[in-house]
Design a protein around this ligand. Sequence first.
Ligand code: MG
Length: 451
Amino acid sequence: MVCEIPKLFGTSGIRGKIGSDITLEVAVNVGMAIATYAGGKGSKIVLGYDSRTSNVMIENAVTAGILQCGCTVLKLGMAPTPLVGYATMKLKADAGVMITASHNPPEYNGIKLWNPDGMAYRQDQERVIEEIIHNKNFNTVTWEDIGKIEEVEYVVSEYIKDLLDQSDVKPGIKVVVDCANGAASYLSPLILRKAGCSVLAINAQPDGFFPGRLPEPSGKNLQELMKVVKATKADIGIAHDGDADRMIAIDEKGRMADFDKLLAIVSREIGGKVVTTVDASLCTDKCMEEVGGVVIRTKVGDVHVAESIEEHNAQFGGEPSGTWLHPNFCMCPDGILSAIRVIELVQKYGPLSKQLDAVPSYPTIRDKVDCEDQQKELIMKSVEEKLHIILDDVVNVNRIDGVRITMADGSWVLIRPSGTESYIRITLEATSNEKAHMIRDQCSEFIKELL
Ligand code: MG
């Protein structure tokens, strides 16, 4: 009999509602499992949390689990996710643990794990953690070997210094930063100020009720920031999510930047090899063409971007969500360093609105075809094998995450089964409206005929 080990980890660590999904038991178990996996007795594990009301409670439970396995907790306290990744690398720890639910509403929390080089745990590592928990395979110790807690707040000043060493920002630029009452409420405004910006910070008191705005940096949640940027005649606005591994910019006219275009202009500036996901826009390819750069596509999810950066030795990588990785700094996505990169662009080339408006826009269609869950695998197999034959001028078929077919002019279509609903999703971008509709019709007819 095959015993299915229950999945704890989703696309970005363990995530769920406090009390039902994220319980003290889960937290203690994760503490014991990560301590066991990272090497057991004598290993060192960095631990930080974001601004949620449940942060200290979960921190204590994870701590108890780690100590019971004879490991040292390197206690960071409240910290943005990038600082946890950085500290794990800098302090040569055996693992890092971040307690965060990122952009989710206040009743959520989660746990994300980090490798010694600051890169998030891969799926195969998360699977081992799940197995350890399921089989209760914990390397616990007896009373004389119980672990200790070391406070490591001193690493914050090293993070600030190392980040500033990365910065080419010159004094004089006016920035409004919206920290979402999240984990970077102190650090992001402080670092931007030290970098030379004139900073106005809003929602910059950590508060797990998120009284200023919800932690998702969406257009709906950033209305206040847009108004403040305009009203104060700032050069740029920066918004973080709750744990500040992400950021999005507001241009000087108070408009939220198009996520893809922002990724495209930063990629162009960095050049070389850049990694992005299969669902990211063609505008990054077009911008990279201008500088002779290469775009590598990988699966959706920041850990896949990180893996691909390592594999291809790329200079930069990002998801259109605003989760960007700067491998010459750390393998953990860093929303503060991402903000510095965008501010540098504004100083170098002028208003952000002009830079973004100059990036070409392409018609995009997101559609879906009803498909029962049990049929999905068969449909995707046919899509993989045959769809490219009926489309014109196909130059590339990428099967890394669903099927992404690219045409000679750069137009592309991505077919993926929905993970949660009974649909096959069609996402595409084309060089003209006419072509976009033609590709959509060809793909949806192809899928419907198979059903
Ligand atoms: Mg986040």
